[in-house]
Design a protein around this ligand. Sequence first.
Ligand SMILES: [Zn+2]
Length: 464
Amino acid sequence: MFRKRFVQCLGILTPAILLAGTTPALAGGKKCTPRNDGDRTEKVRQAIHGGRAKNVILFLGDGMGDSEITIARNYHVGAAGRLTMDSLPLTGAYTTYAVQEGNPDLPEYVTDSAASGTGWATGYKTSNGRISSVAGSTGVAPYTTILELAQAAGYKTGNVSTAELTDATPAVLASHINARGCQGPTNMSSCAVYKKLNGGPGSIAEQLVDHKVDVLLGGGKGRFDQIIDGGPYAGKSVVDSAIAQGYTVVTDASALATVKPGQRVLGLFNSGNMSLEWTGELAQPFPGSGPQTCVEDQRPANEPSLADMTSKALELLDRKGKSAKGFFLQVEGASIDKQDHASNPCGQIGENIAFDKAIAVGLAYAKKNPDTLVIVTADHAHTSQIIDPVPSNQTDHPGAFSVLITADGAEMTVNYGTEPPGSSQSHTGSQLRIAAQGPQAANVVGVTDQTELFHTMARALGLE
Ligand SMILES: [Zn+2]
């Protein structure tokens, strides 16, 4: 019944345990005991570098809390295995709360991606739903972003996501608006003062293009096909305004592959969010769904993977030569969050593994270019939890759940319980992992707040 990937625990015995003479107990659990790497003091010391980075790559797993990472690890490489994202040498935790729109002096303990993104992109807390704009403000009230600072200082810039490019995480880097829903020129009912017709900077799609970000890759073509209502490109679509401003626009993986360095590129690979990598049964109320293994490789070939988009972005942004200015690149694994909302464990895990593969591309680049600060983190915690097996008589078990057969060949029960089954599940308020390598990476160690990430990246690029 088990598939070929069934490996059981991959851990091995440590000499310390052998020496301790505990051999009679080894038969039970020895395969599941991870390798002990010994004294890591010198390795950690060697990983600490101050000073400047040439490049910054920020990998942002949307909704990728500790439970989501653990679920993906258990399923894909087994409990004693390690993901690529687990390999970064310096790790800390960071807090993510937002502030209240009606009283910005009070915290909002559960953040969304807009307020969270504003925190790490600008260094300031805002309220849920706001895109790099001031909580409680009624006019156009922007906070300057790390991408804008980097661009002004001569760095190249890139913004990559598996969501619509106008979704909150990519939006916070190069647009400012009071409501995250104002994604295209005809989605502006909550954002009147920002409308181009009213002399504002326009929707998120318009602002991303008008900012002339060098590399924009993701979904959301439907937003960019909308017609602009004011300013120099009134009557044109956002795509046409992009072409008029020097962008090469591509809409499938093969066209993306042909883009050459030196071209500003807008890649729109789906009318909405990009397609999922994996599918499977949704979590269900008692008796739950599964036991199941996920159906992998479901993304249509005309849509590039997140790893492919990352690789292309790096090729386009890379500048050779020690004295050349580098780049700032953000890469978002967006649908970890979206499939957590949907109580879809296989969808969620597939997106988390796709994100991990994109991180591997970034780390390979950093290996050749060690003056690159690489950060891997998330924006808010989420619903899914690994729970004890649900007994067959527990018909009143709360929430929805699914049993997955992991790479260990064991059953893992994943629960979705922040909302009633069938409803969109909710974000949660826990602190998150932040891991890094390269110049300034030591600043993620300990417990920080996500607004400090802005300063870490700004310092690395010599922007503050
Ligand atoms: Zn969400």
